[in-house]
Design a protein. Structure first.
Lengths: 365, 848
């Protein structure tokens, strides 16, 4: 379900699609399919309930009623249209072999470091969590249009992006049923809140590509603007010379000055048009959403520090066999090294900034 | 062979032996070869030995002395030793003493020779060496200068294209090769000025000036030109530096510079540097929130399939076009390549300048359709000549499934500005659009794409039309014209400037750089001009598109009307003239009647019946007489002529007539004669039309078609066209012929034109055939030639005016003659344009 880079085999795709939609499919020849179309889909295929499809030009020529399927052909367009109304929301389960872990503190110490606190495990329990895996289609529109698919996964407990999950996506085994017991069912949070977070992560993900595209467009924009700039600059100089010659003739001078103003306005228009032409608009839309359920360990850790004793919750993920990320309580960026400052756990970068501010405040006073 | 004696004549007695050593010419080749790394070079020295005896010089020996391939420059000393060896050999042979041997150097045999010293042969070597070395060095210098000049030319071209780094490299290389050449530092100064490196720029400018002053042998004109350029470079440097300084200085007064002031305007410092970008997230898909809240999940298989379906719909740039598969056209490879080039390389702003008949409209339609399908364009304006508004609308609908409204509906909107804001896709005539109040309404809109057909109407930038189109706010722009240059090169400049202001510089820069002095049409620096044009213009020719069009052969069947027919025709014509003067019936009906008279009297009769109740009593009597005579008419001369023509051929024939009544008359007549014609007209349903064409292709021999068969249907399996009557608009005749005479037709197309003598059609045919050569032209050329003539009024109206207003046959013939002469003038202009096109674009203008 991760967007694959490999080309799609149309025959295979069509077969799976028709079958998933309740139609009966039989193969014939090397590149042919006979389809008995499900009743509710007939209208998408011009009222035909039986389709004889060919995916190769050689097969198509043999019989008159065979329809050749290619990109843009009516049958494929019909199938794509049907699918655009299906598969919007799905769920799956990740059933780990062992949901709980024994040496949690050790694993915790391997992942996280505290500069001025000592963590200890206070309690742990099994819970269910969910992940919202959004497939976004992003269209980059300028004087060209390019489309891409992005998979963004948001943990529905921590609301952090699950980057590691995506890296291991191909190794995950999705099941239709839940095989773990003894945990309360996870309650899905508000979808708008979740999608908002996903969009934030999406923007961050596409940022490098966007910058590349912007740089690419800016190259052309710069060239066009330079051309326009030079052109009007020269034009203006020529007008300036005429203006100088027209000093003694008020009506001619007036005409030349009017022309100068008109050229100035025209220049502004051309610049605006050029900028608009290369403008980059990014449009994102959700293609579909997969909710992944799994059990994980909720671990409450205590921290002894000079500020006093603090307590925080961390999650051990038995599927990824790692602790879930924890975000700095100042900048909200996941980190692995923290320090306690007041009631907050902050990352080292935030610590440096804070130190600098303190130094500057001292210096000013 | 007599050779003139050397100049100046020697004061002592002439030696019987004179040696000319021609070194300069051949050293040039040596130097040129050596510029190519790894390639072998060759050199040779030609020696001519002449005997001078009693005032006569006789050449006795000429030979390439040395000719070998080397990898390094030849050593002059080696050359000389070879020469002197031979000279000594000849001296012994002709028994000449060494003090009688003279050496000359010259660039060419026969040119003025310079006698060098003629010492005894023994001491020759060092003298000759120094001469040869001097000429060799001189040639090397010349060669270096030539090479440096070429580098500078290339640098200039790159400067024009705004490729500054590459240009700088070229100028620097040129400067290294020819340190005394003034052009490289001048070019470098211009680039450094743009980069705001003022001091360096000044240094190079000073250097250029000094080198130029030391350069010998410069003509007055060239000196003025170069001085002018140096002066300009200095002014530019100063003004840019001042502008930059002023912009960096905070303003001292509250008022900002007005648009008309010198300061920020014209400077290059207020240009934006970044591309605006926006991000928008479409709201959640319909039902997702509902399903999510209800916990309504679908299977993983559908989930995955939906994703794959999205991938199949992907748009990955313009590598793969979507439009061709959706358009209902027989597109040609050159059209698809053109569309792709406009979309990818030219980014939606281009001048499509294909030769006539290659389908510029299709190309523009493909680009438009592609943009629409990708959601990149929604607001479109197409500007055309008045006579083509409907044609464009129909083509866009029929071929590209794009619905446009035209300005024919503008009267329904009050105020008319609403029309421009309401409809996103409009086709308008340029002449209407540029007038108020429409102009203001259009200029207030923002268009995604503007297409201008027959864009040569924008050839003059002082016209309202040019200014109007230039001011329209648009993202993409397509200009279509088969003749971008009509009178002079500046017209091309004006078109390109609408697309990309500054692409060809300012007008004066353009004239200076690209137009030969004293000629409006002769280009110079053609390569540079072409390379700049290639960025904005595509021109396919029939040759490059590999689209051969078959020949067409036309025959006029001139029909002698019977006395009764002639009397009727003239009676009707006079009646029409009379009614026209009295303004009794609408001009449209009168024109219809006159045209029907040239087709068949049956068509006339039916129309007369319809209008009879509307005419006044004095005319009604005449009308009844005509009707009665028509009813009594036994045989039609035209029909008999048709029968004769058909009996002389076994080919499939496509017979065109303008009128349904004539069609039915022809059908009846031909059936009586044993033929089985198939009818094709606008009232047939689409499937009936398809069936009719199928029958004609497979079984039938004769298809009789009204104008609806002249549009869109392809009948290239047939090659004989019979124009039983003639539309008065040459473009409509072209359309008819174009159904068979088109790309895909393999054989010659035969066209038979029926016209009765002394009728309007007879005069029309004479003009079209003799003056315009309509039937020999390539499809589309007639439209181009008559374009100017029919800018305000179409051809039908012009012809009808002449017919109605002529008081006598003599006057009629005179006016028709004038019309014919105008057509000849337009045709001459067109041929001149084509000639100019060949010079500029030629066979090697790279297209797609």
């Amino acid at each position: 379900m991760k967007p694959s880079e490999s080309p799609i085999d149309l025959k295979d795709f069509s077969k799976r699609a028709f079958e998933a939609l309740g139609s009966v499919v039989e193969e014939w020849g090397a590149a042919g399919l006979d389809v008995l179309v499900a009743d509710d889909l007939v209208s998408y295929f011009r009222g035909q309930d039986i389709l004889r499809l060919s995916f190769s030009p050689l097969e198509a020529s043999e019989r008159d009623e065979t329809q050749r399927v290619t990109l843009g052909s009516p049958v494929l367009e019909g199938l794509l249209h049907v699918l655009s109304n299906k598969g919007l929301l799905a769920r799956a389960y990740l059933n780990p072999l062992h949901a709980e872990s024994r040496n949690v503190e050790e694993k915790f110490a391997r992942k996280f470091h505290w500069e001025n606190a000592k963590p200890y495990l206070k309690s742990s329990s099994l819970e269910e969590t969910g992940r919202a895996c959004f497939q976004f289609k992003v269209s980059f529109l300028s004087d060209d249009r390019i489309e891409r698919l992005y998979l963004i996964s948001v943990n529905l407990t921590t609301f952090l992006e699950e980057v590691r999950l995506l890296r291991e996506w191909d190794l995950l085994f999705f099941e239709h049923e839940r095989r773990y017991e003894g945990v309360a069912a996870f309650c899905l949070p508000d979808v708008d809140r979740v999608s908002e977070r996903a969009v934030v992560f999406l923007r961050k993900r596409i940022s490098p590509e966007l910058e590349n595209m912007k740089a690419f467009q800016e190259k052309f924009l710069k060239r066009d603007l330079l051309r326009i700039g030079d052109y009007y600059h020269e034009l203006f100089r020529e007008i300036g010379r005429k203006e100088a010659k027209a000093e003694g003739d008020p009506s001619l001078l007036d005409r030349v000055r009017k022309r100068k103003t008109a050229v100035a306005l025209d220049r502004q228009k051309k610049i605006r048009d050029a900028v608009e032409k290369y403008r980059l608009d990014v449009r994102a839309e959700i293609v579909n959403l997969l909710i992944l359920y799994q059990p994980w360990m909720r671990c409450v850790f205590g921290f002894k520090s000079r500020s006093g004793d603090l307590e925080r919750v961390f999650y051990w993920d038995p599927v990824l066999k790692d602790f879930s990320d924890y975000a700095c309580e100042q900048c909200q960026i996941p980190s692995s090294t923290f320090m306690v400052r007041g009631p907050k756990f902050i990352c080292l970068k935030c610590k440096e900034v804070k130190d600098e501010n303190i130094r500057m405040a001292h210096a000013q006073s | 062979m007599k050779i003139p004696p050397p100049f100046p004549p020697p004061s002592f007695s002439v030696s019987p032996l004179a040696v000319s050593v021609y070194s300069n010419h051949y050293f040039k080749e040596v130097v040129a070869f050596l510029h190519e790394e790894g390639k072998k070079s060759a050199y040779y020295v030609k020696m001519r030995i002449a005997l001078e005896k009693e005032g006569m010089v006789e050449e006795i020996y000429e030979k390439k002395l040395i000719h070998k391939e080397i990898f390094s420059p030849p050593d002059p000393e080696e050359i000389v030793s070879n020469i002197t060896r031979r000279i000594k050999h000849f001296a012994r042979r002709y028994k000449v003493s060494s003090d009688r041997i003279f050496f000359y150097t010259s660039d060419h045999p026969g040119e003025k020779k310079t006698r060098i010293l003629n010492p005894p042969l023994g001491r020759l070597d060092s003298k000759v060496v120094s001469v040869i070395r001097e000429s060799y060095d001189h040639k090397i210098e010349e060669e270096k200068m030539t090479h440096a000049f070429k580098l500078c030319e290339e640098g200039e071209r790159l400067l024009q294209e705004r490729r500054f780094r590459a240009a700088l490299r070229h100028f620097r290389d040129a400067s290294q090769i020819a340190p005394n050449f003034y052009l490289p530092p001048l070019g470098i100064c211009e680039i450094l000025t743009r980069e705001e490196k003022w001091e360096d720029a000044r240094t190079h400018l000073k250097q250029a000036k000094e080198l130029f002053e030391k350069t010998p042998k410069i003509s007055g004109n060239q000196r003025n030109r170069v001085n002018g350029r140096i002066e300009e470079a200095l002014l530019r440097l100063q003004s840019n530096q001042e502008a930059k300084a002023k912009v960096s200085t905070p303003p001292t007064s509250a008022s900002s510079s007005p648009a008309g002031s010198d300061e920020p305007f014209g400077a290059r410092t207020d240009l934006p540097s970044s591309v605006p970008a926006s991000f928008a997230f479409e709201s959640l898909p319909p039902f997702l929130r509902e399903y999510y809240q209800a916990g309504k999940f679908e299977g993983l298989d559908l989930h995955a399939l939906r994703l794959e379906a999205e991938r199949l719909k992907f748009l990955e740039g313009f590598d793969e076009l979507l439009a061709p598969s959706q358009a209902r056209i027989d597109s040609y490879e050159h059209q698809i390549r053109t569309a792709r080039m406009v979309l990818r390389r030219m980014r939606g702003r281009a001048l499509l300048a294909d030769e006539v008949g290659l389908g510029k409209t299709i190309e523009a339609g493909l680009v438009l359709k592609e943009y629409v399908m990708r959601g990149m364009v929604s607001k479109v304006l197409i500007l055309v000549v008045p006579s083509l508004v409907s044609q464009w609308r129909d083509e866009m609908a029929e071929k590209f499934d794009l619905a446009f409204v035209t300005t024919e509906e503008i009267h329904r909107f009050e105020p008319s500005a609403l029309f421009w804001t309401t409809h996103p896709q409009v086709i308008a005539s340029l002449s209407l659009a540029r007038r108020e109040p429409h102009q203001s309404s259009i200029l207030n809109q923002e268009y995604d794409l503007v297409i201008v057909d027959e864009a040569h109407h924008l050839r003059n930038r002082e016209t309202i039309a040019w200014k109007f189109v230039s001011q329209i706010r648009k993202k993409y722009l397509l200009l279509l014209s088969a003749t971008p240059i009509q009178n002079d090169l500046e017209e091309l400049y004006n078109l390109v400037t609408i697309l990309h202001p500054g692409q060809l510089g300012t007008p004066s820069q353009f004239r200076r750089q690209f137009v030969e002095r004293g000629s409006l049409r002769k280009p110079k620096n053609t390569e540079t001009l072409r390379s700049l044009l290639r960025e904005v213009m595509i021109r396919n020719t029939r040759a490059s598109a590999k689209v051969p069009l078959p020949r067409r052969i036309a025959r006029t069947i001139s029909i002698e009307l019977s006395d009764e027919e002639r009397r009727l025709y003239h009676l009707l014509s006079e009646w029409i003239r009379g009614v026209h003067r009295q303004k009794g019936i609408s001009r449209m009906i009168l024109s219809l009647l006159q045209r029907q008279a040239g087709s068949s009297f049956r068509a006339v009769s039916l129309t007369l019946q319809k209008i009879a109740p509307e005419v006044d009593s004095t005319c009604r009597n005449l009308l009844f007489e005509i009707k009665k005579a028509v009813a009594c008419l036994e045989e039609s001369s035209k029909l008999l002529a048709l029968e004769r023509a058909l009996s002389h051929t076994r080919e499939k024939c496509l017979i065109f007539t303008e009128f349904l009544e004539t069609q039915s008359h022809l059908d009846q007549f031909l059936r009586e004669k044993g033929y089985e014609p198939i009818l094709f007209h606008g009232s047939l349903t689409p499937s009936e039309k398809v069936e009719a064409l199928r029958r004609f292709q497979n079984e039938g021999r004769i298809l009789i078609s009204t104008p609806s068969g002249g549009e869109g249907t392809n009948l290239e399996f047939c090659r004989t066209v019979i124009n039983y009557d003639l539309p008065w608009n040459p473009m409509k005749i072209e359309q008819r012929i174009g159904r068979v005479h088109r790309i895909g037709q393999t054989g010659e197309t035969l066209i038979y034109n029926f016209a009765a003598k002394e009728t309007v059609e007879d005069y029309l045919l004479k003009i079209l055939d003799e003056k315009l050569n309509l039937f020999e032209l390539v499809v589309g050329e007639a439209e181009t030639i008559l374009g100017e003539l029919t800018e305000e009024k179409d051809f039908e109206e012009i012809l009808m005016d002449i017919w109605l207003e002529a008081a006598s046959t003599e006057e009629l013939e005179l006016k028709i003659g004038h019309l014919g002469n105008r057509i000849v003038e337009e045709k001459e202009k067109y041929l001149q344009i084509r000639k100019c096109d060949d010079v500029l674009f030629g066979a090697d203008y790279e297209t797609v």
